[in-house]
Ligand binder design. Sequence first.
Ligand code: NAG
Ligand code: NAG
Ligand code: NAG
Length: 367
Amino acid sequence: MESEKTIVVLVILISSVLVVAEGAAGNGLSGCSFPAIYNFGDSNSDTGAFSAAIYPQQPPYGETFFRKPTGRASDGRLLIDFIAKELRLPYLNAYLDSLGTNFQYGANFAVGAGTIRRQNDTQPNGPYICPFYLGVQTTHFANFKARVIDLYKQGKDVNRIPISGDFSKALYTIDIGQNDVARSMFGLSTDEIPDMINQFSTAIKELYNKGARIFWVHNSGPNGCLPSNKLFANRTMDSFDKIGCNNRWNEAVSAFNAQLKERLTKLRADLPQAAITYVDIYAAKYKLISNANKFGFTNPLKQCLHKEKRNRTVVDVSCPNPSKFISWDGVHYTEAANQWLAKAILNGSFSDPPLPITQACHRQAPM
Ligand SMILES: *[C@@H]1O[C@H](CO)[C@@H](O)[C@H](O)[C@H]1NC(C)=O
Ligand SMILES: *[C@@H]1O[C@H](CO)[C@@H](O)[C@H](O)[C@H]1NC(C)=O
Ligand SMILES: *[C@@H]1O[C@H](CO)[C@@H](O)[C@H](O)[C@H]1NC(C)=O
């Protein structure tokens, strides 16, 4: 018993030393203490909204970690879950999910199939129009904040609303645009990217006007490497890079990312109190896919999930070893891939400015 206690104490000591070391990161900046995370985005970071509001998710989604569907488009956790874990906060509940949810440490406004711009048609995201585009998500946040302030005044519902009512200290994470760029590959033109960027920028300004100060913004991943997009490849028009990704699709995302990065630089000057981090998710995902074997994954351009006919109905069936796959369902990443990505990005090695997420509250002078 005694030795067990000693081990427990030692583990606690070692982990607190690690936290301090991490906070320092050798650059003299202190670690930040985020009381909450507010997230905006699409299925890359939806933790239950699409499933609650549009169509309930079915097994085998969630099988690896939660052991049941939670609305996350994966077999387990998403990058946003690993971000919450890194900041020692609970996993985020979806704002649109009404039962059993708790918003003491933040809320998730992301919705699967979500776009920056309002959708007028259903292509190519299947039979559902997702009405929760970014402008609606920021409106949801404004409603949320107003309700929280009102509930504090009344002393009501205190076990569900943010422990810190100080919205300026929270981390605001945004991961959206992948669906806008994908949609622009069908009929619409990549000439529409500047409008996407304008609306992205408007959303950040709206959040800033509501008190948000610390932003962690993901760019968009390499759509051209998604297994599902092989379906849309046009052999007469398309070329593929050395690892088999569609150049036209990846060039469109890269154009979006370049304009986003440039706009964030401008926003750092326009929003005097904002700390804005741009995270190159594209580079991190491309590194993983192009070095899959080295990092313990096989078949980087194949997906784990496949369709099988069972008793005349077609069902989704998982592969025996999801942790060997990067792609879960052709569009979304496996828990194992998300965990790898989290480890790669959270220390700041894909960020501008290059600070770990634990130091993202520090505002950098405009370049
Ligand atoms: C593929 O590209 C060619 C050349 O631009 C075009 O004529 C054809 O319609 C395209 N096919 C599809 C299925 O988009
Ligand atoms: C097919 O239906 C039969 C009869 O309802 C059932 O016993 C069987 O388990 C089903 N098979 C699968 C693969 O679901
Ligand atoms: C960040 O973590 C990754 C993965 O563990 C590592 O390869 C990289 O060197 C680290 N970068 C920094 C700046 O610490």
